[in-house]
Design a protein around this ligand. Structure first.
Ligand code: GRF
Length: 198
């Protein structure tokens, strides 16, 4: 089994879609939910699926190896960030190089970086008069919203769209694509590793 952890800070609608997608998967298991907030909705989702969950202690997360060690002990091979609002510290990125995936609700490199999350992104898209927006699924490196792009999908922005209606369209793209692309990415990398080891 390839164990995967989902990190999230909010409602967790993407986490829920990913959990559903892998529920009966023969090789990939969502085995740990990690939250940056004790009241995050994603923790209820974890509970309803009987998936173990933890809430991070900020100082230990940012300044020690406590969680790198914990993830290793639990044999976690991939981390999926699904609305995780803290910057991932360098020690964790180093330990999971190429094994951390994030989703961003816009077409990076546009509308990314610090402070560009949630409705701020869609408001900025509307204000800029962009004719299209979409989602970006990318590898996580040491810089915000910067790692190699794995996948993008677009949707049109009409003149009548509001930030709220843009958010709905983008969320639909996220729910459609994120679980599928996570599966493709993990399966692809695992195949590469198996052939390297043979
Ligand atoms: C999504 O829009 C995702 O792109 C972002 O945070 C949001 C999380 O939403 N990075 P949810 O908690 O999965 O509903």
């Amino acid at each position: 089994m390839i164990n995967v952890s989902i990190f999230a800070s909010g409602t967790g609608s993407n986490a829920a879609k990913i959990i559903q997608h892998f529920k009966y998967h023969p090789d990939i298991r969502i085995s740990l939910i990690v939250s940056s907030k004790a009241t995050a909705g994603v923790l209820n989702i974890a509970e309803s699926h009987s998936i173990p969950a933890i809430t991070l202690k900020r100082d230990a997360f940012l300044n020690t190896d406590e969680y790198v060690n914990l993830l290793r002990e639990k044999d976690i091979k991939f981390i999926v960030l699904a609305g995780f609002l803290w910057k991932v510290p360098d020690n964790l990125i180093e330990a999971f190089r190429d094994h951390i995936i994030n989703i961003h609700p816009a077409l990076l490199p546009k509308f990314g970086g610090k402070g560009m999350y949630g409705m701020f992104v869609h408001e900025a898209v509307k204000k800029a008069g962009e004719p299209v927006t979409g989602i970006t699924i990318h590898k996580v490196d040491e810089h915000y919203d910067h790692g190699d792009v794995i996948f993008q999908a677009e949707c049109p922005v009409e003149e009548t769209d509001t930030p709220e209606s843009i958010a709905k369209k983008v969320q639909m793209l996220e729910h459609t694509w994120f679980p599928v692309i996570v599966e493709k990415y993990i399966s692809g990398l695992e195949k590469l590793n198996t052939s390297k080891n043979n």
